[in-house]
Design a protein around this ligand. Sequence first.
Ligand code: CA
Length: 230
Amino acid sequence: MVKETILVVEDEKNIVELVKYNLEQEGYRVLTASKGDIGLDLARKQKPALILLDLMLPEIDGIEICKILKQDDQTSAIPIVMLTAKSQEADKVLGLELGADDYITKPFSPRELVARVKAVLRRAHEKPKAKILKVGQLELDVDKHLVTLKGKGVDLTSKEYDLLKTLLEAHGRVLSREILLDQVWGYDQSINIETRTVDMHIGQLRKKLKAESERIITVKNTGYRFEDGT
Ligand code: CA
């Protein structure tokens, strides 16, 4: 069996050594980066099976790297496990919102680390990213960039489409307006756009989704979620 590659982005030497040693014992090939930009470069070039990403890094922090990786088509499918300290609860939540698959709190045991890595990889192998997102009478075909309601095409603008896709991919999780701005409008642009813009587009989307519009739920003072239960 081909050894899977794991990329470790972490600046603390002891942790890198501990992680590298234990993962290599399990048969993985381990690449390491002590800085975010090097990590990003390796992620793009080497396409690792999984990335262990430390939150606190010099220059670009883990949250930023997670965001960049998840927005880049080349790297968005690579599972990310965040390494966090106990004091970073809020960042941990943000990391998960941004698409990290799991997190490990420092200090952790090698056994815990290996178990988490294996679990995330197992999950990643089990379900290849769904190309069609289906909820109730609504279908979004990612490859065809097509949305249908009861089998009939729904005419969406590209932002409405991206917004719907982002909501569907969250599988019922709440997404804040800021996260939606980041993911739909992109990090660079979102700085200059008001969060109200999200509300406007949600309004348009609701109109177009007709019978399924009630699935878009406003979460007070936070953002939106898409109810995907039946
Ligand atoms: Ca660190």
